[in-house]
Design a protein around this ligand. Structure first.
Ligand SMILES: [Zn+2]
Ligand SMILES: [Zn+2]
Length: 271
């Protein structure tokens, strides 16, 4: 991920402090939504930094907010700009909706630059991944989900709905999970934290099994860092190598493993 820090883009200081948000359900995607001029240069430079400064000025001076509303912003070159940053409440999703999702804004307009570039989509995936590594859950939504707005525009929203995948990511083929006598058979795919994140019926089946066994895990079909943490705890508990990767042995142990029971003294054999 190509990250431009606040210092590097020339951010003004935060005006009145920000609220910590150590974790959230996921990330909401936004766009600028007015006219956005495409960059005059092929590389990322002064144009993009000036745009981020302009948004911050608008939010502080125009809206009276403490800082730029978004946690991160992404330009047409795929550069990720640090807004409020990680672990902080945004001001972008609408009243009451900021504590459930962090906010990432694409520097995309409804006039001028309206088509997200591949680099921008890759940058958005980078930004979402970064927030996931710092407390964001797996949900990816658009600003318009649960709030009356056109944001993030039809093109970006369609991309969000289609799974917010990298443009060159190969099509995933759906995985089927076969259950026999209450036991889900190993579907043949090793589950691990990857970019893009693995998801599917197999992930969901394994999460659901662990949840049933009393482990605190989101049953959402995405194999993210939280699932990996639960996987490690599980492996530790049942005496498997602690890898955070659901291989065949780890998968099958979720159905077959029984806690050891104290053995009863055997009855003496009858004479
Ligand atoms: Zn928005
Ligand atoms: Zn740029």
């Amino acid at each position: 991920m190509k990250l431009v820090t606040r210092e590097q883009w020339g951010a003004r200081p935060v005006q009145r402090g920000l609220t910590a948000l150590p974790s959230a359900r996921g990330v909401k995607v936004h766009y600028v939504g007015s006219r956005v001029e495409p960059s005059p240069t092929k590389g990322c430079g002064a144009h993009c930094r000036a745009m981020v400064r302009g948004i911050q000025a608008h939010h502080i001076d125009g809206n009276g907010w403490s800082d730029i509303a978004y946690n991160l912003l992404v330009c047409e070159h795929g550069t990720v700009f640090e807004g409020r940053g990680k672990g902080v409440l945004s001001a972008a999703n609408g009243a009451g909706l900021n504590s459930s999702h962090y906010a990432v804004c694409a520097l995309l307009g409804d006039k001028g630059l309206v088509e997200p570039t591949d680099a921008m989509l890759n940058g958005l995936v980078d930004a979402i991944g970064y927030l996931r590594n710092h407390g964001a859950g797996n949900e990816i939504k658009g600003h318009r989900d649960g709030y009356s707005t056109s944001c993030p525009g039809d093109r970006l929203y369609a991309w969000v709905r289609a799974g917010a995948r990298r443009p060159d990511a190969p099509e995933e083929k759906p995985i089927k999970v076969v259950v026999r006598d209450g036991i889900a058979l190993w579907p043949g795919r090793v589950l691990e934290v990857r970019d893009p994140m693995m998801r599917g019926e197999d992930v969901e089946a394994w999460q659901e099994r662990l949840a049933r066994r009393g482990w605190r895990i989101d049953v959402d079909g995405w194999y993210g860092p939280r699932s990996r943490t639960v996987c490690r705890s599980w492996q530790r508990a049942v005496g498997l190598p602690v890898t955070g990767v659901v291989d065949r042995t780890t998968w099958e142990s979720a159905w077959s493993w029984r806690p050891p029971v104290a053995s009863e003294p055997e009855e003496p054999a009858a004479p």
